[in-house]
Each structure stands twice: as structure tokens, then as C-alpha cells.
Design a protein around this ligand. Structure first.
Ligand code: MN
Length: 309
């Protein structure tokens, strides 16, 4: 039972799935036994990528595995966003804000303020003089494209850009063309309810003892949300109640123009947005110009507000 499970956060995105798969491959290359798992259903973009590279999507973690295995976390360090039990965590590799992670024993813990965990996995591979093949390069590149919105997110660093260029070359992929296909796949809402869309990239935070939900949907077509405002508002309320959030916010992120329509789930959230963001109030949402990153532009402001509350 010494095989370690490498896993990303709940409501997995492409970066968390790719990083889990590739970090597990890296562990194997280093002679450590491990295998990747996912913590929930993958989105359309991740499905597109894995089918493009004819790679198997990691399987969903089982309850038995959660009870018995050791876990190495990628792309998250917040226990709220993890399926792993605290005492079973043996390592963390991430690029998110620290969230008060405490352990009884020492563990591998590496966090860097870069655009994607995939970049970090690639960096560690290079540090260990491990090479990647075409397919592996393509997968890591996809993780970088997804998290940095093809290098246009304010989270993007020089290291992401350098890795992106190297990996484009190794994989033989034209990253701009590929990014377009990924974003089209991500914006395909066919067969999905608004609630599915809200849950697809939902994160739970604990800011100063307040349980806060922030969901986002990165899309090339925010008009979908404007057209379905009534249903969206109803669904936001349902999700808020189901998840027992004190406050719940949902951002429809326009990945082409780098703006966010931030929807409050209720009156309280509306007041918070008015206090915290420089947004233009429209209909049921606030238009946040130049905002495209939950990690860098949305959650820090809400965290600061609720920590003081
Ligand atoms: Mn990430």
C-alpha cells in the first residue's frame, strides 16, 4: 500500500488533471510508485485535450482509496478543496495562496507564484534532468494554456512563457490554434444545466471563519449567462443553500476580452461587491473590466473583506 495517489482539487480543471497525471509520471521516472486520480468529473476542455492526445483521463478516486491511501496534492493546498484526509497528505505542489495548512509531521511542500501547476511540474522535471516526449509535452502545454488563458491571464509569469515556448516546440503543437479549440470546448454548454455549469468550477473558501463559495465559468460567450439570468439567479440560490455558504459569488469570465460578469447570489453579496470591487452595476451582475482571474483578482479581495468581518 505504498503507492501514492497524486490528485488535484474537487471540480477539477485541466491544470489539476494534467498536473496530477504528469507528476505521477515524474514520480515513476524517479522510481517512486504512484498513480493519478481525479476528485470529480472533468470539464469539456479536459475531455477534448485527453481525447486529442489519445490519453486516458485518470479515474475518479474511490472512497476506499480515500480511506487507505497516501495523497500527494497538486494544484491546491486548501483542505476545503480536497477529497484527501488531512492526515493522509504526504506532499503538496501548488500555485495558490496559502490557506493555513497545518500538519503534525514534515512533508514535501512546494508553492510558487506562477501561472499553472503544470509549469511547476515541468520545472521540477527539468531540475531532475527528466525529459518529456511529444505527448507529455502536449499535455503539460495544455495545462499552461488553460490556466494562463493562453498566456493572457495576469497570473502569467516569464517561467510560464518560457515553458510554453519549449513545450510547443517539443510537442509540435501550434499553441494559438490549440488554445482556440480548447476554449471552444470549454464554452460548449450543450447538454448542461446552469447548475452543472456553476458546479463545474466551484471552489469553497474559508475566509476568517466564513464559508464562502466562488464559482467561475471561463467562456468565449458570456452572453449565454445574460440570456439566462433568471435561471442563473435561482440556481445560485440553490447552490448557496445546498453548500451552506454564508456568501456565494459566481463569475462569468469572458476569456477573449478579459472581463468578468460577477453575479451575487443575494442582497448581502451584492453589497459586498459594491464595497470591494470597482464594478459597473448592470442588471443582476457587476461588470468587472480587466478581471479574469479568480486566484489573483477576485478571491484576494473577498478574502481580505471577510477576514476583517
Ligand atoms: Mn492551476
Amino acid at each position: 500500500m505504498d503507492e501514492i495517489i497524486v490528485i488535484g482539487h474537487k471540480n477539477p480543471d485541466t491544470d489539476s488533471v494534467v498536473a496530477a497525471k504528469m507528476y505521477s509520471i515524474l514520480m515513476e521516472k524517479k522510481g517512486k510508485k504512484s498513480f493519478p486520480r481525479i476528485a470529480g468529473d472533468v470539464n469539456q476542455e479536459t475531455k477534448f485535450i485527453f481525447s486529442h492526445f489519445k490519453e486516458e483521463i485518470p479515474k475518479k478516486v474511490t472512497k476506499k482509496e480515500i480511506d487507505e491511501r497516501k495523497f500527494f496534492l497538486v494544484d491546491h493546498n486548501d483542505i476545503e478543496q480536497s477529497v484527501a484526509k488531512k492526515e493522509s497528505i504526504c506532499g503538496v505542489l501548488d500555485h495558490h495562496q496559502l490557506s493555513g495548512f497545518k500538519t503534525d509531521t514534515p512533508l514535501y511542500f512546494r508553492i510558487e507564484p506562477i501561472g499553472s501547476t503544470s509549469t511547476l511540474v515541468y520545472k521540477i522535471m527539468k531540475e531532475g534532468n527528466k525529459t518529456v516526449n511529444e505527448k507529455e509535452a502536449g499535455l503539460i502545454l495544455s495545462g499552461i494554456i488553460s490556466d494562463t488563458l493562453n498566456l493572457s491571464s495576469p497570473t502569467t509569469t516569464e517561467e510560464d512563457i518560457d515553458s510554453y515556448n519549449e513545450l510547443s516546440e517539443i510537442s509540435g503543437i501550434d499553441p494559438n490554434k490549440f488554445a482556440k479549440k480548447m476554449f471552444d470546448a470549454k464554452s460548449d454548454f450543450s447538454g448542461k444545466s446552469i447548475k452543472d455549469i456553476i458546479y463545474a468550477d466551484l471552489k469553497t473558501f474559508e475566509f476568517g471563519g466564513h464559508k464562502i463559495g466562488i464559482g467561475v465559468s471561463e467562456t468565449t460567450s458570456t452572453s449565454y449567462f445574460e440570456k439566462n439570468i433568471e435561471e442563473l439567479v435561482t440556481s445560485l440560490n440553490e447552490v448557496k443553500n445546498n453548500e451552506k455558504y454564508e456568501a456565494f459569488f459566481f463569475g462569468a469570465v469572458d476569456i477573449m476580452n478579459k472581463n468578468t460578469l460577477l453575479f451575487p447570489a443575494g442582497e448581502d453579496e451584492k453589497n459586498v461587491i459594491e464595497k470591494v470591487f470597482q464594478g459597473e452595476k448592470r442588471n443582476a451582475y457587476f461588470f468587472l473590466k480587466g478581471v479574469s482571474s479568480r486566484k489573483k483578482q477576485i478571491s484576494p479581495l473577498l478574502s481580505k473583506y471577510y477576514e476583517k468581518k
